[in-house]
Design a protein around this ligand. Structure first.
Ligand code: GLU
Length: 423
């Protein structure tokens, strides 16, 4: 079964998970009921139809979304994904997580997300460009450097951000690099942005290992999702001395107890289009990969892959959520009861949006930083966020996820209360 076709148990959808996480922490922290009620709903949601011309001259119409969950602490920020599973509820959940994520790393953004319900693999490059430009035009009144700044997410990349930036800029009549992040360096992108989420995941794994008394060179790592985030994380972790024993993509996975060589794997994947079939490794399914004997499990693909059905079988000591929402609300409880150290998505994968913030700052100042400066500042922010959450969790005797939500929701709530309710 392909990864994206795995069934999700009822009651464990991303939106239900996001609401359950908020409700739980609202109770723990004694959140004011009015603020709680406000934060349960997105600020606004836009549904657009995206008609575009196919190469054969016919017209296809896809549904697109852009949701602003919160703008209380600054412009809304979040990625755009192209995937068949995209619907309003998924985008609402992802936008809410962006709000907490930006608050945890304390960057002055609210949360947003967008997407188009489409399988981009079915489109030619020209069709992808026409669809992207039409989508950018449809959400144009919603976005802007002071308003809402899109970025890449699942199945979107630098090139798609360049088309969005160009469409916006043509409409305005001048170049507006700060309208999107994750764009090519040649048009105002930031050095270090493309690997930032993976680099952040690595810093978080190192901090977690240190706290658990495990050495980097003695651990084995399994990574679900060998894409922009998981693939680069595999390389960085391997280069740092970890043994990457298993990886997978939508087609399936691989296991090699002695460790895989990401460089050879990347070469193989470039030709084969998948990691499946890589010589010298045992094939495993995406379901099996999650249950593999390893120290660190990195779900870096989609939401809802660790559920009540398989949480009991996870053998890793550390789960580092590189994807957004890979563990459902009930599954999280099972992992915690079993003593698995879970670093939640809103901390673990916040490196991407952190360097997006650096990119936006560089764009609006028109002053660009070195890669070293970006990586150093990223490391500082990631370690700072990890330890703030870790120490708060210990102090309150709560999980890392509860502590992360408490801090994130707390910062947003404070901003709400300070600004007051209009009118
Ligand atoms: N899509 C990434 C995320 O989920 C990055 C968002 C951004 O940089 O705005 O965090």
């Amino acid at each position: 079964m392909r990864l994206e076709e795995q069934p999700q148990p009822a009651g464990e959808s991303p939106w239900e998970t996001a609401l359950a996480q908020l409700d739980e922490v609202a109770e723990l922290m004694g959140l004011a009921p009015g603020v709680h009620a406000t934060l349960r709903c997105p600020k606004r949601a836009l549904i657009v139809s995206v008609p575009f011309r196919r190469d054969d001259g016919s017209t296809r119409v896809c549904q697109g979304y852009r949701v602003h969950h919160s703008m209380t602490r600054g412009p809304a920020k979040g990625g755009i994904r192209y995937h068949p599973s995209v619907d309003l509820d998924e985008v609402k959940a992802l936008a809410m997580w962006m709000t907490w994520k930006c608050a945890i790393v304390n960057i002055p953004f609210g949360g947003a997300k967008g997407g188009i319900t489409v399988d981009p693999k079915e489109l030619s490059r020209q069709e992808l460009e026409r669809m992207t430009r039409r989508f950018a035009s449809e959400i144009l009144p919603f976005i802007g450097p002071e308003r809402d700044i899109p970025a890449p997410d699942m199945n979107t990349n630098e090139e798609i951000m360049a088309w969005m930036m160009d469409t916006y800029s043509i409409n305005k009549g001048y170049s507006v690099p700060g309208v999107v992040t994750g764009k090519p360096v040649s048009i105002g992108g930031s050095r270090g942005r493309s690997g930032a989420t993976s680099r952040g995941v690595m810093y978080i794994i190192f901090a977690a290992l240190k706290e658990l008394g495990l050495g980097i060179e003695e651990v084995s790592v399994a990574i679900q999702g060998y894409g922009k985030v998981g693939g680069v994380a595999a390389q960085l972790l391997h280069d740092s001395g970890c043994r990457v024993v298993a990886v997978s993509d939508v087609e399936g996975g691989l296991y090699r107890e002695k460790g895989l060589d990401p460089e050879a794997l990347n070469r193989y994947k470039r030709d084969a289009g998948t990691v499946v079939g890589f010589p010298g490794a045992e094939p495993v399914s995406n379901e099996e990969l999650l249950e593999i004997e390893c120290d660190v499990l990195v779900p870096a693909a989609i939401e809802g892959v660790i559920t009540v059905k398989n949480a009991d079988n996870v053998k890793a000591r550390v789960v580092c959520e590189a994807a957004n929402g890979p563990v459902t609300f009930e599954a999280d409880k099972i992992l915690n009861d079993r003593g698995v150290f879970v670093v939640p998505d809103i901390v673990a994968n916040s490196g991407g949006v952190t360097v997006s913030y650096f990119e936006w700052v560089q764009d609006i100042q028109a002053y660009f930083w070195s890669e070293k400066m970006i990586n150093d500042r990223l490391r500082q922010i990631m370690e700072g966020a990890f330890y703030e959450v870790y120490e708060f969790a210990a102090e309150k005797r709560i999980t890392m996820r509860q502590a992360a939500h408490w801090i994130g929701v707390g910062r947003v709530a404070e901003a709400h209360l300070t600004r007051g309710l209009f009118p």
